[in-house]
Ligand binder design. Structure first.
Ligand code: SAH
Length: 223
C-alpha cells in the first residue's frame, strides 16, 4: 500500500473515533475502509494538487467545486449501509472519487453530475481505470433518476436547502438517503433519511458539515 494512502486511512480511523459520540460508531465498516484503500484518491485530484491527494481535506476540482474530505467520504459511505447486492444513486459526481469508492462495495452505481466538463472528466477516469459498474449521467440530479429507481441507497454530495422529495420517493423500502442539508456558508447538517418496510421515513441528524451547494435552480430541465 502507498504510504500516503496508509496515512490517510489512519487519519480516517482516528477521526472516526473522535466523532463516535455524534455518529454512534467508533470505526467504519471494514468494507468501507477496504474500498478507501483500493481507490487511489490521487487519480481523482487535479495535477496541481497531487501532493495533497491523501490529506484529510477537500480540494478544488475546478468549476467552483471540490472533492470531499476523505473522512467525510468514508463516513457517508458507511452511513449508506450497503452491500454487494446494492443498487445506489449518487447526486454530484464531481471528480468521481465517491462513486469509485462506492463501486468497490455495491453492485451498481448510478451517478449524476450537472457540470458537463466535470461529468466528462469523471467518465474518462472511470473508463481508463475500468470502473465498469458505474453509470454516469450529465443532468440536474434534483429529481433523481426515475428510470433506474428504486435504489437501496442514495447519496447527495452537495448541500440541499431541503430534502428533495423525489429522492425519498426513489428509495426502496429499507433504503437510506444520506444528504447534507443547509444553506451555503451557513450551518449544514449531514442527515440520514431511512425508509422502513412500510414506507415510513424517519430522519436522523448526524453531524455538522460544509458542502458546496446543490444547484437546483432549473429543476424543470431534470427528469
Ligand atoms: N462526490 C464528489 C464531490 C462533489 S462536489 C467527489 O467525490 O468528488 C458536488 C458536485 O455536485 C459538484 O461537482 C457539482 O457540480 C454537483 N452538483 C451540484 N448540484 C447538482 C445537481 N443539482 N445535480 C447534479 N450535480 C450537482
Amino acid at each position: 500500500m502507498k504510504a500516503g494512502i496508509k496515512q490517510m486511512l489512519n487519519t480516517i480511523a482516528q477521526e472516526a473515533e473522535y466523532t463516535a459520540t455524534y455518529t454512534g460508531k467508533s470505526a467504519f465498516d471494514t468494507r468501507v475502509m477496504q474500498a478507501m484503500q483500493e481507490v487511489d484518491r490521487a487519480e481523482f485530484v487535479p495535477h496541481y494538487y497531487k501532493k495533497h491527494a491523501y490529506d484529510n481535506g477537500p480540494l478544488p476540482i475546478g468549476h467552483g467545486q471540490t472533492i470531499s474530505q476523505p473522512y467525510i467520504v468514508a463516513l457517508m459511505t458507511d452511513l449508506m449501509d450497503t452491500n454487494s447486492e446494492s443498487i445506489v444513486l449518487e447526486i454530484g459526481t464531481g471528480s468521481g472519487y465517491q462513486a469509485a469508492v462506492l463501486s468497490r462495495i455495491v453492485k451498481q452505481v448510478y451517478t449524476i453530475e450537472k457540470v458537463p466538463e466535470l461529468a466528462e472528466a469523471a467518465g474518462n477516469i472511470f473508463s481508463r481505470l475500468g470502473y465498469d459498474n458505474i453509470e454516469l449521467h450529465c443532468a440536474n440530479g434534483y429529481r433523481g433518476w426515475q428510470e433506474k429507481a428504486p435504489f437501496d441507497a442514495i447519496i447527495v454530495t452537495a448541500a440541499a436547502s431541503h430534502i428533495p422529495p423525489a429522492l425519498v420517493d426513489q428509495l426502496k423500502a429499507g433504503g437510506r438517503l444520506v444528504i447534507p442539508v443547509g444553506l451555503p456558508h451557513m450551518h449544514q447538517e449531514l442527515m440520514v433519511v431511512s425508509k422502513d418496510e412500510q414506507g415510513q421515513t424517519h430522519t436522523d441528524s448526524i453531524l455538522a458539515v460544509a458542502f458546496v451547494p446543490l444547484i437546483d435552480d432549473d429543476v424543470s430541465s431534470g427528469y
